[in-house]
Design a protein. Structure first.
Length: 352
C-alpha cells in the first residue's frame, strides 16, 4: 500500500470529524425534519378547509365540497400530498392562500421583515440588559444589588408573554398613554415598502419621518418579548461570570496587579462568553416563537399574526409556509451561533 493510499482515509476521516463541517451538514437534515413536522402538524389540525371555504355557500352539496377539496389537492393520500408539497418546496412554490388567492411567498415576503425587526430588536435589548445585569449582579455578589437583580430576572422569565403583553398595553398604552399599542406604523403614515424593513427603507427613500413612529410602535412588542429572555440571559451571565472568576488564570491576573476592569472584560467576560452566546442564540429562536403570541396581541403585521389567522381559517398552504419560515429561521440562527462559538472558543474546534 502506497503512502498516498495511507493518507487519503486519514484526510477524509479528518474532514468528517471537522466540527464546522458537521454543523453545516446538520442544517439540511434538521431543515428536512422541520419540513416533515410542519406538514404533519398542519394535516393534524381539526376541521376541513373545504367545508370552511364552502360555509358561505348556502346548501353546498357534498359533491361541491368534494370538488373544492380536489381543487385544493386535499383529496389524495397523505404520502401523495407530501410529495406534492416537497416538490413545490424544491421548485420554490409554496402554493397560494385558500382565501386571498395570493401566493404564499408574497404574503410571507410582506410579513417576514416585520417579524425579523421585532425579533432582532427584542434580542438586542434582552442581550444588552441581560449581560449587563448579570455582570453587575456577579460583581456585587451576595449584596442587595445581587438579590434585586436576581429577583427581577426570575420574575421576568417566569411571566408568560401573553400576560406581559396585556400588562404592557394596560399600563403604558391605556393608563399612561406613552406608546401606541397596535400596528407597525400609524394609519396616517403613507409607507410604500422597498425592502420591507422600515429602517432600511427610511434611509433608502429619504423618509426619516418613518423612524420615530416605527420605533414607538416597535417598543412595546419588543420590550415584552425581551423581558423574559433578558431574565434568563442575566441568570446565565451571572453564573458564567462567577465560575470564570474562580479560574486560576484570573487569580494570576490579579496577582500581577492588573486593573480590575481589564480583568473583567479581557479575561473573565471573554472566557464566559461561550455560554452567554449560546443562550442568547437559543433565546433568539424562542423569540421567533414568542412573536406568534406577541404579534397577535399587539396586532403587529408579522408572520406570527399571519400564522394565527391562517390556522383559524385552516389555510393549509399559508400555515405550512409561515410555520416553515419560523422553523427554518430558528435552524439558521442556531447554526450561526454554533459557528460563532467555534470561532470564539478554540477548545470546541478539537476533533472528537
Amino acid at each position: 500500500m502506497t503512502a498516498l493510499e495511507l493518507t487519503q482515509p486519514t484526510r477524509a476521516s479528518g474532514l468528517v470529524r471537522s466540527p464546522v463541517l458537521r454543523r453545516l451538514l446538520l442544517v439540511p437534515v434538521i431543515s428536512f425534519v422541520v419540513v416533515v413536522v410542519v406538514f404533519l402538524a398542519v394535516r393534524a389540525l381539526p376541521g376541513d378547509a373545504a367545508q370552511l371555504l364552502t360555509a358561505t355557500m348556502n346548501g353546498a352539496t357534498p359533491q361541491e365540497i368534494a370538488q373544492v377539496r380536489h381543487n385544493l389537492g386535499l383529496d389524495g393520500s397523505l404520502l401523495s400530498q407530501f410529495w406534492t408539497y416537497l416538490d413545490g418546496l424544491i421548485h420554490l412554490r409554496l402554493g397560494s392562500s385558500f382565501y386571498s388567492g395570493r401566493p404564499v411567498a408574497d404574503l410571507l415576503g410582506s410579513a417576514l421583515p416585520a417579524t425579523i425587526e421585532l425579533a432582532v430588536a427584542a434580542a438586542l435589548v434582552s442581550t444588552v440588559v441581560g449581560v449587563f445585569g448579570g455582570i453587575l449582579a456577579a460583581r456585587h455578589r451576595d449584596t442587595w444589588i445581587d438579590t434585586a437583580i436576581r429577583t427581577a430576572a426570575t420574575v421576568g422569565f417566569s411571566l408568560p408573554w401573553f400576560a406581559l403583553a396585556v400588562l404592557a398595553i394596560v399600563v403604558f398604552g391605556v393608563w399612561l398613554e406613552w406608546l401606541p399599542i397596535f400596528g407597525r406604523l400609524p394609519n396616517t403614515v403613507d409607507y410604500q415598502p422597498t425592502t420591507g424593513f422600515v429602517l432600511i427603507d427610511a434611509f433608502a427613500q429619504g423618509r426619516f419621518d418613518l423612524i420615530g413612529p416605527w420605533l414607538q410602535h416597535l417598543a412595546l412588542p419588543a420590550l415584552t418579548l425581551a423581558a423574559t429572555s433578558a431574565g434568563f440571559v442575566c441568570r446565565i451571565t451571572r453564573e458564567a461570570y462567577l465560575a470564570t472568576s474562580e479560574e486560576g488564570f484570573v487569580r494570576t491576573a490579579r496577582m500581577k496587579g492588573l486593573p480590575e476592569r481589564g480583568i473583567a472584560f479581557r479575561h473573565v467576560l471573554r472566557n464566559a462568553s461561550v455560554p452567554i452566546l449560546t443562550v442568547s442564540g437559543m433565546q433568539f429562536g424562542s423569540l421567533l416563537g414568542g412573536a406568534v403570541i406577541t404579534e397577535t396581541v399587539f396586532s403587529y403585521p408579522g408572520v406570527g399574526s399571519l400564522l394565527v389567522e391562517a390556522v383559524n381559517r385552516r389555510d393549509y398552504f399559508l400555515v405550512q409556509g409561515a410555520a416553515l419560515a419560523i422553523g427554518l429561521m430558528f435552524t439558521l440562527v442556531n447554526a450561526i451561533v454554533d459557528l460563532a462559538v467555534l470561532a470564539i472558543d478554540p477548545r470546541t474546534r478539537r476533533a472528537t
